[in-house]
Every structure is written in structure tokens, then in C-alpha cells.
Design a protein around this ligand. Structure first.
Ligand code: TLP
Length: 341
């Protein structure tokens, strides 16, 4: 099977497994796991933030990020296809007691001019706006990238208005590979950032949340409340450290494989693909085939290809280090002939 459902399906590399077997560990709820500490220090250094926190998942990172910057009854501005809005079990409401204020965008990439009109003051009638969520790269937008100036402008204006900015950077290192900017520059003006070790970087488990030291000390308490206090987690952090060192250099291959696959799919690309891939995600629309997503996916599966349905008539393919260039050619051609038929 060529598994293009997500980059979460990657298996740990032999180097990760070795590091896991040999990891020095302690009880991380007591703050005594040396490998977790090493990972948290390394991530803080790479991102230019004072501190970071190792977490079981990206969803927990976003949940805590939102909690840190809001109080019950406030609003969180995001785009209308944001992961926090559609794919995280309404944690914004469930854990933080806040409303999401979705702003329509073409491709997930917000501009301050989209955000400004929905920022609500503390006048006693509307729910006041507390924060802005930036998803970079944008998953359901098709792996799209914010321009660095766009991120900086959003942060500057948000801060002037007393709002915080959280970055859902689940695939931050894909953004680094595609844009050539450093991770530290991308996140410099954000108040918090989450990224996943377990997506394109290939670690089996784990995400990181970073920000200033006081905010991360508070984040540690929310992690415990959510049941995310892990004990000898150094076994997992060890794989994360390998992922951080070894994987970023392979991400541009994933991006060129995604572009290649999109080109092979390319029957009438303007009408089928939602955009030209900038990172490792290809999304296309099967509305004109007259097939339901489940039918289309079943036909692909019978040709040895796994893809995912991401709402409406949209199908998503995600490249990663466990699919080769040849796999992407095979998948692209199979999809093209299915679309033609
Ligand atoms: N995304 C998953 C699914 O949930 C859709 C995927 O296969 O792409 N932010 C973004 C932008 C994400 O894409 C994801 C996972 C998360 C947060 C949540 O991370 P996890 O799955 O670790 O909770």
C-alpha cells in the first residue's frame, strides 16, 4: 500500500529506535527526565523562545495554547478551515469556554485585513476577542504558507489591540524547508507556537509548545490537568531529538514529491487541484466525477493507494519519508486515470 493519508503514518527510523532503546530517563512529572529536558531546551533554543514543553499531541498543544491566552467567554479568531475549528473535538469551547470566530479565506492564509473587522472590543455586548490563531503551513488550505511579513503584521497589529497570537505550526519545519526562513524568525513575534514531532519529522509520538518561561510554567500545569503528565517520557523524547536533527533535511524531497504527484494528477489542474502544492499536501476535488468520497477512496485502495477524505468532495494526499518519488508517480497516475474515467 502507498499510504498518503497523512504524514502521521511515518514509522520511526532505525536511528530513532536506537535512541529510544538507549535513552536516559527519569520521572518527568518530577521534572527529572534528562532526555525530555534536553529536548525542551533544544527546541526553545531552535525557536528562540525562553522555554518549551513536550506534549503527547498537537491537539493538546493547541488546547493549552488557547487556554493560556484566553478567559471563559472570549473569542478566538481563526480561518474557516482551521484545524482548531474542525478537527480538535471543539476543545476551544470544551476546555477554554471560548467561541471560535472563523474568517473565510481562499487558502487558509489570513491577513490582518481579514482579522481586523471581527476584533470585538470589551464594551459589554459582544464576546471580546482574546487571541488570533495562525495555522502555518495551513493543512486544509493545501499546505499553504503565510508570507513572513504577513505573520509579523498580524502579530504587530494583534499586540497593539491587546490580543495574543498562537501559531498552530504542526508542520512548522515544512514551512522552514519551503520558505528558507529559520524557525526562530517565523515564530519570533508569536506568543506561543506548537509544532509536531510526529508528522513529517517522523517521530512516533509528540509535539512541542514554546513561549516565554512564565507562560510555559503555566502550560505545564494545564498539561497535567489534561492528563498529559508523562513519566519516563525520555524514551519518546529521544526519538524527537533524532527527528529534529535528521528529518528536516528530507522535507524538501517530500515537497517536490507532492508537486510531482500534483503534476501527474494534472488533468485540468485548475479545476481539480485546489492549489499548486507549496509543501507536502495535495488536495483535489472529485465533485465532477459523480462519486462519493468513500467510493473514490475505495477505488484508489483497490489500486494500492490510501488517501483521505477531508470534507465535502475534497480528497487529500500527504507526502512523507515513507513514500518514494516512484510511489508518488504511481499514485498520481492512478488518480489521473480515475478522474478521467
Ligand atoms: N492533523 C491530522 C488530522 O487531525 C487531520 C492530519 O492528518 O493532518 N494542527 C494541525 C495543523 C494538524 O494538521 C494536526 C493533525 C494537529 C494540529 C493535531 O495534531 P495531533 O494529531 O498530534 O493531535
Amino acid at each position: 500500500m502507498i499510504d498518503l493519508r497523512s504524514d502521521t503514518v511515518t514509522k520511526p527510523t532505525p536511528a530513532m529506535r536506537r535512541a529510544m532503546a538507549e535513552a536516559e530517563v527519569g520521572d518527568d512529572v518530577y521534572g527529572e527526565d534528562p532526555t525530555v529536558r534536553r529536548l525542551e531546551e533544544r527546541v526553545a533554543e531552535m525557536l528562540g523562545k525562553q522555554a518549551s514543553l513536550f506534549l503527547p499531541s498537537g491537539t493538546m498543544g493547541n488546547t493549552i495554547g488557547i487556554k493560556l491566552h484566553t478567559r471563559h467567554g472570549e473569542e478566538v479568531v481563526c480561518d474557516h478551515r482551521a484545524h482548531i475549528l474542525d478537527w480538535e473535538m471543539s476543545m476551544t469551547a470544551w476546555f477554554s469556554g471560548c467561541l471560535a470566530r472563523p474568517v473565510p479565506t481562499e487558502d487558509g492564509v489570513l491577513r490582518w485585513s481579514d482579522i481586523e473587522p471581527v476584533v470585538r472590543p470589551r464594551t459589554g455586548f459582544p464576546a471580546p476577542t482574546a487571541m488570533v490563531n495562525i495555522e502555518h503551513p495551513h493543512n486544509m488550505g493545501g499546505g499553504t504558507l503565510f508570507p513572513i511579513e504577513g505573520i509579523e503584521t498580524i502579530c504587530d497589529h494583534a499586540h497593539e489591540r491587546g490580543l495574543k497570537v498562537h501559531m498552530d505550526g504542526a508542520r512548522l519545519f515544512n514551512a522552514v524547508a519551503a520558505s528558507g526562513e529559520t524557525a526562530a524568525r517565523i515564530v519570533a513575534k508569536t506568543d506561543s507556537v506548537m509544532f509536531c514531532l510526529s508528522k513529517g519529522l517522523g517521530a512516533p509520538v509528540g509535539s512541542m509548545l514554546a513561549g516565554d518561561a512564565a507562560t510555559m510554567a503555566e502550560a505545564r500545569l494545564y498539561r497535567k490537568r489534561l492528563g498529559g503528565g508523562m513519566r519516563q517520557a525520555g524514551i519518546l523524547a529521544a526519538a524527537g531529538l533524532v527527528a529534529l536533527e535528521a528529518s528536516p533535511r528530507h522535507l524538501s524531497d517530500d515537497h517536490s514529491n507532492a508537486r510531482l504527484m500534483a503534476e501527474r494528477i494534472g488533468v485540468d489542474p485548475a479545476k481539480v487541484l485546489i492549489n499548486k502544492p507549496q509543501t507536502n499536501i495535495v488536495i483535489f476535488d472529485i465533485a465532477k466525477t459523480g462519486l462519493l468520497p468513500a467510493e473514490f477512496l475505495a477505488r484508489l485502495k483497490s489500486s494500492g493507494i490510501l488517501a483521505g477524505s477531508v470534507g465535502g468532495s475534497r480528497i487529500r494526499l500527504v507526502t512523507h519519508y515513507d513514500v518514494s518519488r516512484q510511489d508518488c508517480i504511481t499514485a498520481g497516475d492512478a488518480i489521473a486515470s480515475l478522474l478521467k474515467a
